[in-house]
Design a protein around this ligand. Structure first.
Ligand code: ADP
Length: 479
């Protein structure tokens, strides 16, 4: 029997997004609704968010003193979602992004997201004044990590909890001096509960106290129990292996539809012309000369996790061999500099935009031939999925969700017509260089390339399978 789920997170598409977490949190309710699940999403009312919605809201929860100030929860239906906005101006009404003022993390982030988790647990336990009481609390990442813990510390509750790890690199550490301020019991500060190498960790709290743990791909679920990927939490996760599962993310196929009339460059695989047009437009947009080889795109946070340094090192041979490169992203200043350096050295072949731009991202998937994702670790990854959908073949490191979603062009897969991209291992410059060499050769073989594009565009990147897997997990929890 389907039920009600309270999903709690710090980001949700289309309202606030810094990465894949937001895509998934925004897509899940829509994916689960056809299966009968009623999911509401609780997120902070960051500055300007309520105004952006511009609709009538209903107050369903209030507290005159939530972690140092008054707070309400406003329910609103918007963008096809049932949203619960935690309006607490002292915590969220400030300039900058969700986590920082643009340069530095907000020093009160532990309180800001503990408050979000506290409210989630409170709503899960007693419901809102409108009578909506969830059956399941679904927390996402460290920002919601304390929610399952608060739920447990409050005594027996008829609500089960799930935590999803979208990226274990972020663990929500805080000094133990903040225990009382975060409304956490002092006696829970030990290695079996909240303590992590002398600090508090909200992600660990969630991993220990949730009834189920999920992550966003089957391969990442296995990797997380190894020291190379677990980032110190491998033991905690391994100890709970029996409640751990990996469920692949899907993509919102309405927002990412190469054939949608509203899209800048519609592209259907039956007709190669629009792809060529989109490619030409993209080259023109970046002022690049003719590129006879594959045009590779990178749409990413520019960080070591994403292997951007490997791209900087491997690109020259690829470019000399006829390839082109367009990069959209921001992040580590050294990597931004490296990308700008490539563009300066290859002005006709490399375009770089430092920044965040959803619309440009769409145009790049439409116009690119290849999407490069050489991540050192990748819980799921979304850009390779968008690439598949747009016939923009993924060249990816064989890790996490990348390994689960891209079918490498080995001899058998090519013969069977199932190959959709190229994967490589280990994640280093040599392997990427060799793979890009292979990519140049494959692209030159137009018939094979087109066959791979067709297979890619048929890949099941939507939520059909995964929504059923989540529903089965929820049902299992309720019975
Ligand atoms: P992560 O969540 O680790 O950053 P994902 O691949 O899971 O990586 O998700 C990244 C999401 O953010 C994708 O939807 C991608 O298209 C988008 N994205 C990343 N950087 C940019 C950017 N600079 N401009 C537009 N979209 C971006």
């Amino acid at each position: 029997m389907p039920g009600r789920v309270l999903s709690v997170a710090s980001e949700c598409v289309p309202l606030v997004k810094t990465g894949g977490l937001a895509d998934v949190v925004g897509a899940l309710p829509k994916a689960l609704a056809p299966l009968g699940w009623d999911m509401r999403v609780l997120i902070p009312a960051y500055r300007g968010l309520a105004a952006k919605l511009g609709r009538k809201t209903r107050t369903v929860w209030s507290d005159p003193a939530l972690f140092g100030g008054p707070a309400t929860v406003e329910a609103v239906e918007a963008q096809g979602l049932s949203l619960l906005l935690l309006d607490a101006p002292h915590l969220y009404d400030r300039p900058g992004g969700p986590y920082s003022d643009g340069g530095h993390d907000f020093p009160d982030n532990p309180e800001r997201f503990a408050a979000l988790s506290w409210v989630a647990a409170s709503l899960a336990r007693g419901g809102g004044t409108d009578g909506w009481v969830p059956d399941i609390l679904h927390a996402h990442d460290w920002q919601a990590g304390f929610a399952p813990a608060y739920l447990r510390f409050g005594g027996p509750a008829p609500v089960k909890s799930v935590i999803t790890i979208h990226n274990i690199a972020f663990q929500g550490h805080a000094s133990p001096e903040r225990l009382a301020a975060l409304r956490l019991p002092l006696h829970e500060f030990h290695a079996g509960s909240l303590e992590y190498y002398g600090n508090l960790s909200s992600l660990k709290a969630g991993l220990v106290h949730a009834d189920r743990i999920t992550t966003v791909s089957p391969t990442y679920a296995e990797e997380l129990m190894r020291p190379e990927f677990g980032m110190g939490l491998q033991g905690v996760i391994d100890a709970r292996a029996e409640v751990l599962s990996g469920i692949l993310n899907g993509v919102d196929t309405d927002l990412w539809d190469p054939a949608a009339p509203g899209q800048a460059h519609p592209y259907s695989v039956q007709n190669r012309k629009p792809k060529a047009e989109a490619r030409a437009a993209l080259l023109a947009e970046f002022g690049l000369g003719p590129v006879e080889g594959p045009l590779a795109i990178v749409i990413s946070r520019l960080t070591a996790q994403k292997g951007i340094d490997l791209i900087a090192a491997a690109a020259p041979e690829f470019l000399a061999g006829g390839g082109g490169l367009v990069v959209l992203g921001s992040g580590d200043p050294g990597l931004e500099h490296a990308m700008r350096g490539l563009a300066a050295a290859w002005p006709d072949r490399v375009g770089v935009k430092i920044g965040y731009d959803e619309a440009l991202g769409h145009r790049m998937f439409a116009g690119g031939d290849v999407v490069l994702v050489p991540s050192r670790f990748e819980p799921c990854g979304l850009t390779q999925l968008y690439g598949l959908r747009y016939g923009t073949l993924p060249v990816v490191a064989a890790t996490g969700g990348l390994a689960d979603t891209v079918v490498h062009a080995n001899t058998m897969a090519l013969a069977a017509g199932t190959a959709t991209g190229l994967t490589f291992h280990p994640t280093d410059v040599l392997a990427l260089t060799q793979t890009l060499r292979r990519c140049l050769a494959l692209f030159a073989d137009r018939a094979t390339w087109a066959r791979m594009q067709r297979a890619a565009m048929k890949s099941p990147v939507g939520w059909e399978t995964s929504s059923r897997t989540y529903a089965a997990l929820y049902e299992d929890l309720l019975t």
